[in-house]
Design a protein around this ligand. Structure first.
Ligand code: NAD
Length: 472
């Protein structure tokens, strides 16, 4: 039966340890949100053993049964949406409104329903006088999932939903920065899922490392930094685990000279500043043709100045704090280095050091060189560099001149021209006149050092199964 939690406090009561645990603070206020259990490697062993024991029976169930379970899980999230959004807002910092906490909780149930609906019939490779061959996807076993702190609930669902749909069981370790949101999500899901299909183990990097190298884990789905992705690839090699790695990005947008700057400014802004810039496939470098450079800078500045930033629980705000001090320090350093180099700050760049939370104002930096660290490194925060170019070949070369390739975008009033440019951008997804618009039906993943494997759609489901051919 679906558990219903009237508020974030009720959720916290269900997931906090009776005593002990670690204080988790609200990045907007510094206040304690709640206490997260500190699970040990022994707790992890018990979770893996339970998930292992439950897997064969779950794997033997039909797709229809497993899809019904995902739909029930989506209903449970919808029934608890406001309590989940409140807790997410307090722990992660993101506001309730805008493309933030309520949006993220809504995406969780939407992704579960979409994942439940994809067809997963065997593919017939041939069927003729010589015989028949069918390609099936079988369960892999126990999936170890490790996630980041920026979209903690939604990314957990991206890992859990296809894993369960394909007949696997899951042991998931959330980021040590946002364990409460994911433990609460797990409590809601487990109120309707059968026992032991999903375990959430809360702990630090040591628990993540123990999970991703564990011999009883058959597949790892990891979303986080490129550095950690490489550590996981090495640590999982001994047991040749299958891996899906969704890693860092430094997405470029290329604005062609034929745009109407005012008309695209708001979409450009949200492409870069969604979740206050803390999004893997956000626009992180903007290349603008010299003919429209000043107009785009002016239109973006106007939008940036109009977007309220503040404490998440206030209904007015659409931008929040950086989630943690380490990320705040990265953004502050990169903007300072840009300023020191002589780049021009159009708006922002002047944080209030006395503020209680990790607020960094929306910042636009113009007249900046392509090799400046704010352009070359992933800022993962609300500071967008805007680079001027004079011919599109040069812009494409700069866009492709990094070792990551998650997303990209082209902005133009000529769709055919934009598609031509898009085809030359080295990224897993290229959007036209928008950026970061993911959809559960579109496979999503990175190239280069943004990782390998894809999530979403039927292609994403196949990454949570092992192929088996039946030939007769
Ligand atoms: P992170 O790599 O620091 O941490 C992610 C998770 O890995 C945490 O749960 C952490 O405890 C765990 N971890 C750390 N060391 C580990 C180890 N040696 N073995 C196993 N687990 C370990 O990343 P983060 O700072 O939480 O997230 C931000 C990064 O994630 C950014 O680079 C961003 O671009 C990327 N990201 C990518 C996607 C995508 O879909 N491609 C989505 C969101 C975020």
């Amino acid at each position: 039966m679906t558990a219903t939690f009237a508020s974030a406090a009720d959720l916290l009561a269900a997931i906090q340890p009776a005593d002990g645990g670690r204080d988790i603070t609200d990045p907007a206020t510094g206040e304690v949100v709640g206490r997260a259990p500190e699970h040990t490697v022994e707790d992890l062993e018990a979770a893996i053993a339970a998930a292992r024991a439950a897997q064969p029976a779950w794997g033997a169930r039909s797709h229809a049964d497993r899809s019904a379970a995902l739909n029930a899980a989506a209903d449970a999230i919808d029934a608890n949406a406001e309590a989940l959004a409140e807790l997410l807002s307090r722990e992660q910092g993101k506001p309730l409104n805008g493309p933030n906490a309520r949006f993220e909780v809504g995406a969780c149930s939407a992704w579960l329903r979409a994942t439940a609906a994809f067809p997963m019939d065997p593919e017939v490779m041939f069927d003729d006088d010589g015989g028949r061959a069918e390609l099936h996807y079988r369960p892999i076993g126990v999936v170890g999932a490790v996630g980041p702190w920026n979209w903690p609930m939604m990314i957990s669902i991206w890992q859990i939903a296809p894993s369960l749909r394909m007949g696997n069981t899951v042991v998931l370790k959330p980021s040590e920065y946002t364990p409460l949101s994911v433990l609460a999500l797990g409590a809601v899901l487990n109120s309707v899922l059968e026992k032991d299909l999903l375990h959430v183990v809360s702990g630090g990097r040591d628990v993540g490392a123990a999970l991703t190298s564990h011999p009883e884990i058959d597949k790892v789905t990891f979303t986080g930094s490129t550095a950690t992705g490489k550590a996981i690839a090495k640590a999982s090699a001994d047991s040749l685990k299958r891996l899906t790695l969704e890693l860092g990005g430094n997405d470029a947008g290329i604005v062609l000279p034929d745009v109407d700057a005012k008309a695209i400014a708001e979409d450009l802004f949200w492409g870069a500043f969604i979740n206050t810039g803390q999004t893997c496939a956000a626009l992180k470098r903007l290349y603008v043709h010299e003919d429209v450079y000043d107009d785009v800078c002016a239109a973006l500045t106007e939008v940036a100045q109009a977007m309220p930033m503040g404490v998440g629980l206030s209904e007015d705000n659409v931008l929040g704090p950086l989630q943690n001090k380490a990320q705040y320090d990265i953004v502050a350093r990169l903007v300072q280095e840009a300023k020191d180099s002589g780049a021009r700050v159009l708006v922002g760049g002047n944080p209030d050091e006395s503020a209680a939370g990790y607020f960094y104002p929306s910042t636009l930096v113009a007249d900046i060189d392509n090799d400046n660290p704010l352009v070359a490194e992933e800022q993962f925060g609300p500071a967008l560099p805007i680079i001027k170019y004079s011919n599109v070949d040069e812009a494409i070369e700069m866009a492709n001149g990094v070792d990551v390739g998650l997303g990209g975008s082209v902005w133009s009033s000529d769709r055919d021209r934009a598609v031509e440019v898009a085809a030359r951008i080295e990224a897993g997804t290229v959007w036209i006149n928008k950026h970061g618009a993911i959809d559960p039906r579109m496979p999503f993943g990175g190239i280069k050092q943004s990782g390998y494997g894809v999530e979403f759609g039927v292609e994403g489901l196949k990454h949570l199964g092992v192929p088996q051919v039946i030939n007769y």
